[in-house]
Design a protein around this ligand. Sequence first.
Ligand SMILES: NC(=O)c1ccc[n+]([C@@H]2O[C@H](COP(=O)([O-])OP(=O)(O)OC[C@H]3O[C@@H](n4cnc5c(N)ncnc54)[C@H](OP(=O)(O)O)[C@@H]3O)[C@@H](O)[C@H]2O)c1
Length: 349
Amino acid sequence: MRRATRWPRAPSCFGSRTRPDRSRPARKTASDVDRGRLGNNCGMRIAVCLTEQKAEPWLEGLRAALPGAEVSAWVPGAAPADHAVVWAPPQAFIDEQPALQTLFNIGAGVDALIKLRLPPSLTVVRLDDAGMAVQMAEYVCHALIRHFREFDGYEADTAQGRWSFRKPRARSEFPVGILGMGVLGRRVAQAVAGFEFPVHGWSRTPQQVPGVRGYAGDAQLPQFLAATRVLVCLLPLTPATTDILRHETLSQLQPGGYVINVARGAHLVDADLLALLDSGHLAGATLDVFRTEPLPADHPFWQHPKITVTPHTSARTLRDESIAQIAGKIRALQRGEPIAGVVDPARGY
Ligand SMILES: NC(=O)c1ccc[n+]([C@@H]2O[C@H](COP(=O)([O-])OP(=O)(O)OC[C@H]3O[C@@H](n4cnc5c(N)ncnc54)[C@H](OP(=O)(O)O)[C@@H]3O)[C@@H](O)[C@H]2O)c1
């Protein structure tokens, strides 16, 4: 299990962290309840703070998954919670919740979250796949194969009633390089390798992935880029990776290079991509993420003939899977067990 951590102190259901709920009838005593069903969660408070998302289905799902826990949508002045389930929470939420132990982000990327002022004692946990990796694999394979097999060209031809063949291309001439060999990058690499493309992977620390030639660190980035024709970005957005898709790096791709950015818009320097497409060094790009979202109506990416735009949809958060994962992690923390997906604030992901 990658990046597992051990909970420093298992909160005791009947210990000092238990908060009596005076608004409800007296809680049953430990001897009255089935500890396996209710006991582990009794007295636990979970705050849900989601912007641009409906809270109600999350509240219902979490209540069902963690019976005995008090799960409520955060409002200013709400009682202190032990754990929180969040998406883009305001700073006021963090400031008002000093007792929070764990912040569960309902996405894999935590770049926006860790820009907030977070107390050092707060553990940030990102979603760990939860159904996103297979979606990402679908998206990347679709973009890769659409380009490699020239299905975009066939679409244009058939739209004009033209029955025309294109010369088959050798997949050995379309090596795929994946920036970021984490939870999503590994799954994408596995899917791409299944279509028999040569696959290269770049990470911060060396990673062994079957069927993938690995490169690590800044020193090996030039080698990785020189070996790559189709570049997939699956890096977290950190100070070290911001603007990583820029003229200096993209110009090191093999001629006829293709860019698939499914990570964050700020990885890409938009003007540099446009210049390399217009010079002919790059053949095209499929972009799911943008510096400003929604992509502004007058942005040149919309109309560019070599760019395919999708609205940040490559790997959506799946609610049921996410709730099951978060509830499982809360139960593991209560048992004092390690969990995966803990963010290292110093590293930024
Ligand atoms: N478009 C969408 O719908 C969507 C959906 C979900 C996620 N995302 C994006 O996808 C990103 C990746 O998700 P994930 O779950 O795969 O993340 P992850 O498991 O944390 O993996 C991150 C990978 O990037 C590598 N990395 C980080 N900083 C690096 C650096 N400076 N140099 C080289 N490699 C570096 C890591 O190297 P190590 O292995 O050495 O740690 C790791 O292999 C998220 O952060 C998010 O931005 C997008």
